[in-house]
Design a protein around this ligand. Structure first.
Ligand code: HXC
Length: 257
């Protein structure tokens, strides 16, 4: 497929979506949204893809929603279009998604990273929700996902003052999974994605679904869902193979069945 604002590459079972509007620091206009979501959905339908990496440039993962595109919009327009609703479709993608973040991840950029399943950050990464300085508030889930990721204190600090946090503070706070030197960001993120893609895809999907349930439901319902999913794993060939391989002291050969 021909995209204008993103690049999509495949390497083995890992696919990488690179935001590619360098002159606008990857500001997320509606075209970027439509293309990222369409690409992710297409990759999700492809059983040969076991994990997806979403990344930006060295300077910016994404400097936010496109301010120039939305500056003059009226309430009726943004409400009528349900502006930014499209990004929620990323949460329906079942293939695991790794965000590889260098430079600015501000506003919608931070929110896009949080829509992914885990974030690997370069030591140059800067996360922030500066919407309040523009007279708006986060609109792609930031107030909710940031509060769940880093807790109320830091979320309020960031959302009310617009303060940016660096990679180390983001890791300390639980926003990012790992921090690596900037020149190792993409290889590390792709290694993590390859590792995931080497697992059984249906089992990885069950695992992702179970962790996500922790943010949607009560503890007892979540634990119940987890246990039922654990039981369901025994219906797969890959459970038989994984456990047989352990017993035989060899590496498993998963077939995603
Ligand atoms: C549109 C943007 C942009 C954005 C940068 N650009 N961010 N265009 N929307 N979010 C454009 C600039 O206008 C400029 O274009 C070019 O990218 C380079 O940016 P500079 O500002 O010249 O770069 P620099 O001085 O290095 O500063 C980098 C920066 C700054 C600190 C990241 O660009 C910045 O503060 N950007 C806005 C960050 C922000 O507020 N994001 C939140 C957006 S609101 P020209 O044409 O001049 O070269 C949001 C809302 C989500 O995400 C939902 C709620 C509604």
């Amino acid at each position: 497929t021909d995209y204008k604002t993103i690049l999509v590459e495949r390497d083995g079972r890992t696919a990488t979506i690179t935001l590619n509007r360098p002159k606008a620091l990857n500001a997320l206009n509606s075209e970027v949204m439509n293309e990222v979501v369409a690409a992710a959905e297409e990759l999700d339908r492809d059983a040969d893809v076991g994990a997806i990496v979403i990344t930006g440039s060295e300077k910016a993962f994404a400097a936010g929603a496109d301010i120039k595109e939305m500056a003059t919009k009226t309430f009726s327009q943004v409400y009528g279009d349900n502006l930014f609703w499209g990004w929620e479709r990323l949460t329906q993608v079942r293939t695991p998604i790794v965000a590889a973040v260098a430079g600015y991840a501000l506003g919608g950029g931070c929110e896009l990273a949080m829509l992914c399943d885990l974030i690997i950050a370069a030591d140059t990464a800067k996360f922030g929700q500066p919407e309040i300085t523009l007279g708006v508030i986060p609109g792609m889930g930031g107030s909710q996902r940031l509060a769940r990721a880093v807790g109320k204190a830091k979320a309020m600090d960031m959302v009310l003052t617009g303060r940016q946090i660096g990679a180390d503070e983001a890791e300390r706070s639980g926003l990012v999974a790992r921090v690596v030197p900037a020149d190792e960001l993409l290889t590390t993120a792709q290694e993590v994605a390859n590792k995931i893609a080497g697992m059984s895809l249906p089992i990885a999907m069950l695992a992702k679904d179970a962790v996500n349930a922790a943010f949607e439901t009560t503890l007892s319902e979540g634990v119940r869902l987890e246990r039922r999913s654990f039981h369901a794993a025994f219906a797969t060939d890959d459970q038989k193979e994984g456990m047989a391989a352990f017993v035989d002291k060899r590496s498993p050969k998963f077939t995603n069945s």
